[in-house]
Design a protein around this ligand. Structure first.
Ligand code: ZN
Length: 438
């Protein structure tokens, strides 16, 4: 079954509920760029999609970086001298600066102060903070809670470990007719944040699970990696094979209600850039196209000049452009089943378009071939079999000179890529077209 058929059979409501349920399952886990929360997340994904876990030992040199020590955390709190926990990791894993070194003891309010992070402009939200590469510790709390810290002395505990271990990531590979690859990557390192990273993870997981059952022209590679260090580690270990990546998408922030945003690859005119732009336009979806910038998610690494891979980033509202970003307000209420389902369908439409975007050769290029005698031309203005209009047939015949892909033909003719695809299928079945190797 082609991806288009699988896509057509999906029930948007059921798919949306399923994606949302996966986010609910994964939301409580305390993920980071290493550690057991990350491993448990990857195992959960691996039970539902074709992917394998990989471990890169701490201390491994990866490009210009070194894999850090593994971080694990069991508990953390700020308590009153009387033992009452007022900031409690068990209530929200955002309360601890991710990668905090262990600390335990009593300290004064003044000593505690430089280790506190809050958002005065959003006094009820807990900020999300990390310190992966600088050994420090801290607590994040609502500004309201911080303002209420009135005692002179507090009991402070972060029961964490930073020790040699490994960086974990998940990788899935689905072979296709061609060894040329489509890369789909998402970051998996954020703790209890729903849109910024869980939405991308569950959409990527579901795309992988669905593509497993499809016929594939391309091979597909799925990466579930901790941000930055994960893509750098993967690139360092797989440098020899990256030339096979012909198209790529980084998926993030796909569960909010905002319009779609596509950030083009560094190349700017890669096939994936043109395909995504076309799919978004054809759907009539509200969307924005942005040029590449060396900031954002792992496209930064895939598009670094030494690799310059054709990888764009597909999002709804981009990172940093919604107030809830990197705060406790990016929670389960911030994402919706409907938005997730629409994002999944759009990613599948992009995959379908990539799969469809072949080049053909008209085998009867001198004059128009007589379509009527082949049952392809029923009556003026009518439709041939398979719901293909005659103009689509004529456009495909006319532009299949080896120079134009089906996307080129769709754009030039103003007809839907799906209609052009069906016309090419019919013409190929009639012996009038031959597929050209990519
Ligand atoms: Zn983030």
């Amino acid at each position: 079954m082609r991806v288009g058929e699988v896509r057509a059979r999906l029930d948007a409501d059921a798919v949306g509920r399923d994606l949302y349920r996966r986010i609910e399952d994964l939301y409580p886990l305390c993920r980071s760029i290493t550690g057991d929360g990350l491993r448990r997340t990857l195992r959960y994904l691996a039970e539902r999609a074709p992917l394998t876990l990989h471990e890169v030992p701490s201390g491994t040199q990866v490009l210009d970086w070194t894999v850090p020590n593994e971080w694990n955390i069991r508990d953390a709190y700020i308590a009153t001298a009387g033992g009452q926990r007022i900031v409690d990791f068990q209530r929200s894993n955002l309360h601890v600066v991710n990668y905090s070194v262990p600390i335990r003891g009593r300290m004064t309010r003044a000593e505690l102060e430089p280790h506190l992070h809050s958002l005065p402009a959003a006094p009820d939200w807990i900020p999300y903070r990390t310190s992966y590469y600088l050994a420090t510790w801290g607590f994040c709390l609502s500004h309201r809670q911080r303002s209420a810290l009135a005692e002179d002395e507090y009991e402070v505990c972060i029961d964490s470990t930073l020790a040699p271990g490994a960086l974990s990531y998940g990788e899935g590979y689905l072979p296709g007719a061609s060894a040329d690859e489509v890369l789909i990557s998402c970051h998996v390192c954020h703790p209890s944040l729903a849109n910024d990273n869980l939405s991308g993870m569950v959409v990527a997981m579901t795309v992988a699970a669905l593509l497993r059952d499809c016929t594939r022209r391309y091979s597909y590679r799925f990466l579930f990696i901790p941000g930055t260090i994960g893509s750098i580690a993967w690139l360092a270990r797989n440098e020899a094979g990256v030339d096979r990546i012909k198209h790529g998408l980084v998926l993030a922030c796909l569960g909010d209600s905002g319009a779609f945003t596509y950030k083009k690859s560094r190349r700017g005119d890669a096939e994936v850039d043109r395909v995504v732009a076309h799919v978004l336009q054809e759907r009539g979806a509200r969307h924005r196209l942005e040029d590449f910038t060396p900031y954002g998610y792992d496209e930064r690494q895939f598009c670094s000049p030494g690799f310059n891979l054709p990888v764009g980033c597909f999002m709804r509202t981009p990172h940093g452009q919604f107030p809830e970003y990197h705060t406790s307000a990016d929670d389960l209420s911030f994402v919706s089943p409907a938005a997730l389902a629409e994002s999944l369908d759009t990613v599948l439409a992009i995959v379908e378009a990539l799969e469809s975007n072949q080049r053909y050769l008209n085998l009867s290029p001198k004059g128009e071939p007589q379509l009527g005698k082949r049952g392809l031309y029923r009556s003026m203005g009518g439709f041939a079999q398979g719901g293909v209009d005659e103009l689509a047939l004529l456009w495909v015949l006319n532009l299949s000179d080896g120079e134009h892909s089906l996307l080129d033909i769709a754009r030039r003719s103003g007809r839907e890529l799906g209609a052009i695809r069906r016309a090419a299928d019919l013409l190929e079945a009639s012996g009038l077209l031959k597929e050209l190797a990519t």
